[in-house]
Design a protein around this ligand. Sequence first.
Ligand SMILES: Cc1cc2nc3c(=O)[nH]c(=O)nc-3n(C[C@H](O)[C@H](O)[C@H](O)COP(=O)(O)O)c2cc1C
Length: 218
Amino acid sequence: METIEIIRKRHSVRQFKKKPIEEEKRTELTQLANELSEKSGLNITIVYDDPEGFNSALARYGKFTHVNNYIAVMGKEGMDETAGYYGEALVLRAQELGLNTCWVGLTFNKKVVKRLCHTGEKVFGVIALGYGESQGIARKSKRFEDVTSISGNTPELFTKGVEAALLAPTAMNQQNFVVKCNDGLCRIDTRHWSPYAKLDLGIVKYHFEIVSGIKVFD
Ligand SMILES: Cc1cc2nc3c(=O)[nH]c(=O)nc-3n(C[C@H](O)[C@H](O)[C@H](O)COP(=O)(O)O)c2cc1C
């Protein structure tokens, strides 16, 4: 399946079936998590068959049910954007494998997940993982012209890259980013500070790059 198709199909899912994830899929995702950890310097750990990570009043308040698997994205202070970028690579691979996900910044059990951190690390975000009760729903989105600033020509696939960026998950669906293109040179910035702005930026950059082939992440 083309990556843009996988991106179009992905929506946040918060209610999961009890169905366990098959061994082959676990092996593949764990291997990818290890590769990405190695490459980025992050600590990306996948936990299977353990509901404790979402066993908290906050998770119930957030209407999460049967989150028995999750991906914890951890690392040293200041690596927020990197965490978003590499975490999203796992989100899209999971989607391709027929699984569902939801990035979570707040509504997980912090005490439990923090135990997975190595010394000096923090938890940037957690990704709920499993077979969704549904495939989720398409949500409201900003438009192309709301998130772009263009002068001169744009490279081929720029428009498709922006479509992918607009379909990226962002905290509270803020879509707090701008894709700039100046005489063919592209970059993506956040518009204003927010607690998850950098994490969101990494996620958005991954979507844009993977579909357009235009490098925007260092
Ligand atoms: C960094 C980040 C943090 C998020 N934190 C939460 C959260 O704590 N609770 C929650 O229910 N959803 C959370 N979400 C999911 C967003 O609400 C969701 O991605 C957004 O509304 C867009 O919907 P979509 O993912 O279906 O496209 C988070 C998403 C991101 C990217």
